[in-house]
Write a protein that binds this ligand. Structure first.
Ligand code: FES
Length: 117
């Protein structure tokens, strides 16, 4: 499957362990909610879908990190995910991690690699 890069945001919008940016990802022919955060200096993209129940993680737009800023948290029941891998690290996700989305950073901008329609 061919891919293309699509702009998500400027690099400056993603502070380390700060607010994330939501975007829609074309996947299997339909748009799906996704988000990107910065962790360990690198943008990390995931589908915005909890491993427990398929709801979006953030009640407050862009707030994906928990209070410790170490984990991504689902606002519904508090499942915790590792921001580097998306792996479930606690709570009701019960081993079901977030689905990673390929993102790249180049020349001050962050792009998602999307299936070409
Ligand atoms: S829906 Fe996310 S923890 Fe239950």
């Amino acid at each position: 499957m061919a891919h293309r890069e699509r702009l998500i945001c400027a690099s400056s919008e993603l502070a380390e362990q700060g607010r994330g940016v939501r975007f829609a990802l074309a996947r299997e022919g339909k748009p799906q909610p996704a988000f990107v955060v910065r962790f360990a200096g690198v943008p990390r993209g995931f589908l915005n879908q909890c491993g427990h129940v398929p709801v979006e993680l953030d009640w407050q737009e862009g707030e994906f990190f928990d209070d410790s800023r170490l984990y991504l948290i689902c606002a519904t029941h508090g499942a915790l995910y590792h921001p580097g891998s998306g792996a479930c690290v606690g709570g009701r996700c019960a081993g079901r991690g977030l689905v990673p989305v390929p993102v790249v950073e180049r020349d001050g901008h962050v792009y998602v690699m999307e299936e070409k329609q």
